[in-house]
Design a protein around this ligand. Sequence first.
Ligand SMILES: O=C(O)[C@H]1O[C@H](OP(=O)(O)OP(=O)(O)OC[C@H]2O[C@@H](n3ccc(=O)[nH]c3=O)[C@H](O)[C@@H]2O)[C@H](O)[C@@H](O)[C@H]1O
Length: 487
Amino acid sequence: MPPSGITDAAAKGVKLERYASGGALLLRRAASGKLVSASSHLLFRATVLATLALVFLFTLHYPSLLSRSFHLSSSASTSTSLASSSAQHSHRSLLMSSSPSTSAAGTYSGAKWEEQIRRSARPARDGGISVLVTGAAGFVGTHCSLALKARGDGVLGLDNFNAYYDPALKRARQALLASRGVLILDADINDALLLAKLFDVAAFTHVLHLAAQAGVRYAMEAPQTYVASNVAGLVSVFEAAAKHADPQPAIVWASSSSVYGLNTDAPFSEDHRTDRPASLYAATKKAGEAIAHAYNHIYGLSLTGLRFFTVYGPWGRPDMAYFSFASAIVAGEPITLFADARRDFTFIDDVVRGCLGALDTAGRSTGSARTGKKTGPAPLRVYNLGNTSPVPVTRMVAILEKLLGKKANKRVVTMPSNGDVPFTHANVSHAAHDFGYRPTTSLEAGLRHFVDWFVDYYKLDVKIATANAKPTDNKTAKKKKKMSASS
Ligand SMILES: O=C(O)[C@H]1O[C@H](OP(=O)(O)OP(=O)(O)OC[C@H]2O[C@@H](n3ccc(=O)[nH]c3=O)[C@H](O)[C@@H]2O)[C@H](O)[C@@H](O)[C@H]1O
């Protein structure tokens, strides 16, 4: 029996002959009155030729797509899975958090680049961990990266530097981290090709996954970005860790206090209901917790979700109320307060201690990227990281007024139906028990640290008040300089 290739070639030859003689054949058929049948054959052949021409043109115009899949599938250890990643690329690109049209894997390559990655990720102490921090140029990501590096752990950062809030602030955080030896790559968590490559280059023991679309109310304006970052992006990170890292890292990731939604039992405990989200943001974080369950169950990933409670502090997020209110007070602009809102404001240093405690106690993943199987159950955990003492938002504003020495121009309105919840209040007994989490910073002390940084960073002409000083009124305040960004 001839090899199937020969049979195929013979069949193709016959077909080609038929195509070549097709024109003459059709003419004869037309002459014999079979016009309808001949037309349909002609149409079919024209379609085949047009398709071939289109494929040819596409190949000429998009050689990068072909070369990328060739380049990646030539990588010995990850060839099969990366080839399938490549096939899925066009689907993913629709959901990219910052809509990059190509993978950064092409930009980031070469022996020098790999050495930079390994240097940043390498622990400087015996027993140190190696952590891939996503969202490393974000607020919590920056602080955690600094703390990990300071105690001798290896850190490699990833951030897409999107414009949800001032990217210059993110670049300033990146520069700060660079000065401490932490490299942050400009890349998106939905870039599966790059994630796979990173797990190939460096042996991360842990992932601290903090990249996300934050902000409760903004979800009404840009719903798809929440799905892209908090759902698709989370899956992208879990996929890469499950299928491209050997051994698999343990993952600690940012969930949110907002998952408690319309829960009225207080303080919020991890045992309470979380099936009534009040915002799409909360729903995507809740979805993340369900997704974590599936990846833990199937792939044996060690997964810890941390429910952060309104984290604030130096190098914070300008979109959050304490930050935007401080800016508005300095600028003499009005602020809108939602009546009766209370938050369990949690200072960044306390949250960082919680994140490091969660990393240190994460336990191992039990799956294997090589076999695709797990050897046993892996840890699946979720913790509240709050301050345990809710404070009215009006009180937060009063503290800012005092520190900045200036009265706010307040407008109090009924809380709009925008996904907000009236109050949050954390019970942190699980985190206290499992890794000694004990928040110690009062809102007064924490906001003072924030205002110190805020005034210094933006080079404001503001004399920070001592504890007993009284704020000035708006008329005096208008004489003060407006805020100006330093970067
Ligand atoms: O714990 C979380 O999981 C979330 O915390 C944070 O959400 P929130 O607690 O809503 O913080 P933030 O916007 O600072 O509003 C604070 C307070 O000011 C009130 N608020 C807000 C705006 C305004 O104009 N007026 C007002 O009164 C408002 O009603 C609220 O009571 C993160 O942004 C979010 O990404 C997520 O991490």
